[in-house]
Design a protein around this ligand. Structure first.
Ligand code: SF4
Length: 698
């Protein structure tokens, strides 16, 4: 069979291998994560590669002006002049970079070095703040470090899969396919899905718990209550490897089955059945994504889920563990390189002086170059634009004018920005009207680099074509800015392999040790999971690797810590004025803000328009018929779209997909309705639930 160029799907964090042969694409059968499978997004991705590409830098002095084509030389001059003038006046804290889980690891690393190292501000956040940051905080809080302990093989070794806050069938289809094929063949294996909607994931579950939005911690504490009451817990694991059990026990004692069932809106028998399956299974695997993370108590939710694994010793063994599924193709690589405002490369933290020094030394920068202050998180950037304390905003490979909460406020804030640089492959997007300087970048397939998927597996994504027009890889843009600011030694990279080689040295002896991985080794061996130490043999590099198999965690006392807090629930409760809870999510075919998939006819045909799902009882109460146009209003904004009536959603809850920004529909922006209230630990906004009312259009 003809061999193609091997790469990775640039959409979700499943990280399916792809093979490109000429202008055709297929699943890479040799890729251990996906075994040749792809969903419709991966199968059609080439169809968007030449549509509406941004080819040249564009500039305008004022947002009211039209863009004009400029040279790269002038673009770099505009950026470096602005950086110098901001540094000389309001200081480094007035500069912010907002990046993306779409980046390759090399892009992340060079941007990181420029902003945190050379400019001395940690105002470097990414769209992972909206996506994964609660999972990061939860792993760090409970296990002492970020890093999902599980691997995909666990999907085929578990006795019970507990899906909570994840519509895996649509959002992570190939992970779901792997589990589903195994589930069908093994009748003893149980699948439990926790979701207010009867999603395609829930349709094929053995038990669907349609809880009220925001009642997750009640449910999780309620399961723990029963496990402790039945004495179905692993006491020796708890004694030898955890702390905080007594306090946790005294909290979950309050979560009696009746109280939990009433609060969650489920039957007591359903709760008992769930707890029974947890106890009967030799191996329990829990999977979660945005339904848990995107919440003002996202960290507490994820930690309450990890608690169940600590209670039962279901971690660090085949088929078991708490598994966070990543949203974006390289959200994991971003975490490894320190791509959030509180992180540094190698799972280090900006507040730790030893961590800062290690990175400064590696970057050949003077001690003290990296600020000890946590930088502005995504929403704090918006607030900084409102107050004028942000004087330069650089956005790359993401579309915040669809994805940030409270869009009207976000738009007003962006209009207040004195200088916004926007780097993307496509033009226009919903964000480009808010930019002064627009830079064309090479996308996936036009640059060679690496990405890490949800199971910690790194794939070399090889370029299979040249960038169109004058587009450049993101890392080259950041490196050139660094050199022009005088940091020639720090940005003397000859290619992306050299960038990666420098980065992996910073991971040596860390949990995410990648020091045995290089572009050349990935090209020779194929994808490799971390940890992969410098001295590991090829056979060791290719082994499947779970974390914490010795139950030695990364906390100072080497024990995992129980989370000991109560449930808070959703931040904005329904009331007489706004009586419904709006939730939202992805559809199978579309990807996030449609920058690619909106340009693919087959996917548009599959999902031609946005819609609002309403329960029949609510439809009756508000006099709404199937297909009727309604206005959905929250305290912050509104949307106008057609209704689908379905008993597959909990009464009192409505659902709309998240994909339609202003470019694709006149009024269906979910985030015009959401609010920015965030988890105090992770800073992740509660994007999944807000109070709304629905008004039929006469
Ligand atoms: Fe791409 Fe995710 Fe689909 Fe795999 S499951 S083909 S990574 S979108």
């Amino acid at each position: 069979m003809e061999q193609g160029v091997r790469t990775l799907c640039p959409y979700c964090g499943v990280g399916c291998g792809l093979e490109v042969i000429g202008n055709k694409i297929r699943g890479d059968r040799a890729h251990p994560s996906s075994l040749g499978m792809v969903c419709v997004k991966g199968a059609t991705v080439l169809e968007a590669i030449d549509r509406d590409r941004l080819l040249y830098p564009l500039y305008r002095q004022n947002l009211a002006d039209s863009f004009e084509r400029i040279s790269w030389d002038l673009a770099f001059e505009l950026i470096t002049n602005r950086i110098r003038s901001v540094l000389a006046t309001t200081g480094a804290d007035s500069i912010c970079l907002y990046g993306s889980g779409q980046w390759q690891t090399e892009d992340y690393y060079v941007a990181q070095k420029l902003i945190k190292g050379c400019l001395g501000t940690n105002n470097f956040d990414t769209n992972s703040r909206l996506c994964m940051s609660s999972a990061v905080s939860a792993y760090m809080g409970s296990l002492g470090s970020d890093g999902p302990p599980c691997i995909y093989e666990d999907l085929e070794l578990t006795d019970c899969a507990f899906f909570i806050g994840t519509n895996t069938a649509e959002c992570h289809p190939i992970v779901f396919n792997r589990f589903r094929q195994y589930h069908k063949k093994h009748p003893h294996v149980k699948s439990i899905v926790v979701d207010p909607r009867r999603t395609p994931t829930a349709e094929v579950a053995d038990l669907h718990l349609a809880i009220r939005p925001g009642s997750d911690i009640y449910l999780l504490h309620g399961i723990a209550h029963l496990l402790i009451q039945w004495n179905c817990i692993d006491r020796s694991f708890i004694t030898e490897h955890t702390t905080g059990f007594d306090e946790y026990q005294s909290i979950v004692e309050q979560y009696t089955p009746q109280r939990v069932a009433d609060h969650c809106g489920i039957r007591e028998e359903e709760l008992i059945q769930t707890a029974k399956w947890w106890t009967e299974a030799k191996a329990v695997l829990s999977l979660w994504s945005m339904g848990i993370n995107q919440s003002r108590e996202g960290t507490a939710k994820a930690r309450s889920l990890i608690n169940l694994h600590l209670l039962t010793g279901q971690i660090g063994k085949p088929g078991a563990g708490p598994f966070s599924l990543t949203g974006q193709p390289n959200a994991m690589g971003g975490r490894e390189t320190g791509g959030l405002a509180h992180l540094l490369p190698g799972y280090r933290q900006v507040v730790n002086p030893e961590h800062r020094q290690a990175v400064e030394d590696h970057w050949q920068l003077a001690r003290g170059s990296i600020s000890p202050q946590v930088g502005r998180k995504a929403w704090q950037v918006v607030e900084g634009l409102e107050t004028g304390s942000v004087q330069m905003l650089w956005i790359a490979a993401t579309n915040p004018l669809v994805s940030l909460p409270n869009l009207e406020r976000t738009k007003q804030a962006l209009l207040n920005s004195p200088f916004t640089v926007y780097q993307d492959s496509y033009f226009p997007t919903e964000t480009s009207p808010y930019a002064h300087l627009v830079l064309p970048c090479a996308q996936w397939g036009e640059k060679t680099g690496t990405m890490t998927n949800s199971e910690r597996r790194i794939t070399l994504c090889q370029a299979f074509r040249s960038p169109p027009g004058e587009a450049k890889p993101d890392w080259e843009i950041f490196a050139e800015v660094g050199r022009r600011l005088g940091f020639t030694k720090q940005f003397a990279f000859t290619d992306s392999a050299a960038v990666f080689a420098e980065f992996v040295q910073l991971t040596k002896d860390r949990l995410c040790d990648l020091s045995g991985i290089s572009h050349a080794r990935l090209a020779r061996l194929g994808p490799i999971q971390w940890p992969c130490t410098e001295d590991c043999t090829d056979a060791e590099a290719l082994q499947e690797k779970r974390l914490y198999t010795d139950h030695q965690f990364l906390t100072p006392d080497r024990r995992a810590h129980f989370y000991t807090g109560d449930a808070l629930g959703v931040a904005e409760l329904p009331d007489a004025e706004y009586p419904l809870i709006l939730t939202n999510g992805r559809l199978y075919g579309h990807w996030h803000t449609q920058t690619r998939t909106g340009r693919i006819p087959k996917i548009n045909k599959m999902h031609p328009e946005p819609f609002l799902v309403v329960h029949p009882d609510d439809a009756k109460r508000y006099g709404i018929g199937e297909g009727a146009i309604v206005v959905v209003q929250s305290r912050r904004g509104s949307a106008r779209l057609p209704v689908q009536i379905s008993d597959g959603i909990k009464a009192g809850t409505v659902f709309m997909p998240m994909h339609w920004g202003a470019l694709w529909h006149e009024s269906a922006e979910v985030n015009s309705l959401t609010h920015p209230i965030a988890c105090p630990i992770s800073g992740q906004p509660e994007l999944k639930a807000c109070a709304v009312r629905v008004i039929p259009v006469a």
